[in-house]
Design a protein around this ligand. Structure first.
Ligand code: GTP
Length: 217
């Protein structure tokens, strides 16, 4: 695997940033119910079942902070987590998209909420779009990138479940993904491969968030 794009100091800053008592802060199923912005926000998006809740639990070292489930499409609200009252970062768990069996009305409501949130949230520093290492990009991911590019919201790809593929396949997936996103204006060039199961890439993702916090100061 390629060497870490983050320095030892950034890894340590990331560790300190995520240390502490992460907890649920708020949930919103409509735009009028969003909590007051605090610090920067990073949002996690991805197809349902991609591993968002597991990644949140791994980042925050909380076993069941975000619900993990075997039922795709379970997360249907924007859910906000932070690390105490003065938390410099709020994590936003977004509803999973691309769940084929979801009722059309529900899908429209989620899509509206997500679009409103992405367009209007000034302290949203980056959206991490999660992609399953086994499957790579799918057509259903394209409208999400289009929306983020249009809204000029910085986004980065995080490959999940890296423990499920061989290193060569993972490398190939990273290259394919980088190539597919190279011309997209709001896409951040660093792609991280992670596993919530064995911890791969978790310190790097924390370091990435820590770098965002320091850039916003
Ligand atoms: N092997 C492996 N399995 C994982 C990993 N992360 C998540 N999973 C599994 O993938 C399934 C879905 O994980 P979740 O974290 O619930 O996914 P989600 O994206 O939050 O799902 P929705 O709520 O449907 O949007 C669960 O069975 C997890 O145990 C990982 O890093 N490695």
């Amino acid at each position: 695997m390629a060497s870490s794009p983050y320095t030892t100091r950034e890894i340590e800053n990331g560790r300190l940033l995520f240390k502490g008592d992460w907890d649920f802060r708020a949930a919103a199923d409509e735009i009028g119910r969003l909590p007051r912005p605090q610090g920067i926000e990073i949002a996690l998006a991805g197809r349902s079942n991609v591993g968002k809740s597991s990644l949140i639990n791994a980042l925050t070292t909380r076993k069941a902070l975000a619900r993990t489930s075997h039922t795709p499409g379970r997360t249907q609200e924007l859910i906000f987590f932070n690390n105490g009252e003065k938390s410099p970062v709020t994590i936003v768990d977004m509803p999973g998209y691309g769940y084929a069996e979801a009722p059309k009305k529900k899908v429209e409501a989620w899509t509206g909420l997500i679009h409103d949130f992405l367009r209007g949230r000034a302290n949203l520093a980056r959206v991490y779009v999660l992609i399953d290492s086994r499957h790579g990009l799918k057509p259903v991911d394209t409208p999400v990138f289009d929306t983020l590019d249009k809204a000029a919201v910085s986004y980065a790809i995080v490959l999940t479940k890296a423990d499920q593929v061989k290193p060569a396949e993972l490398e190939q997936r990273m290259e394919e993904t980088a190539a597919a996103l190279a011309k997209r204006p709001a896409a951040f060039p660093i792609i991280l491969a992670t596993s919530s199961r064995d911890g791969t890439g978790i310190p790097e993702l924390r370091a990435a968030v820590s770098r965002l916090v320091s850039e916003r100061k």
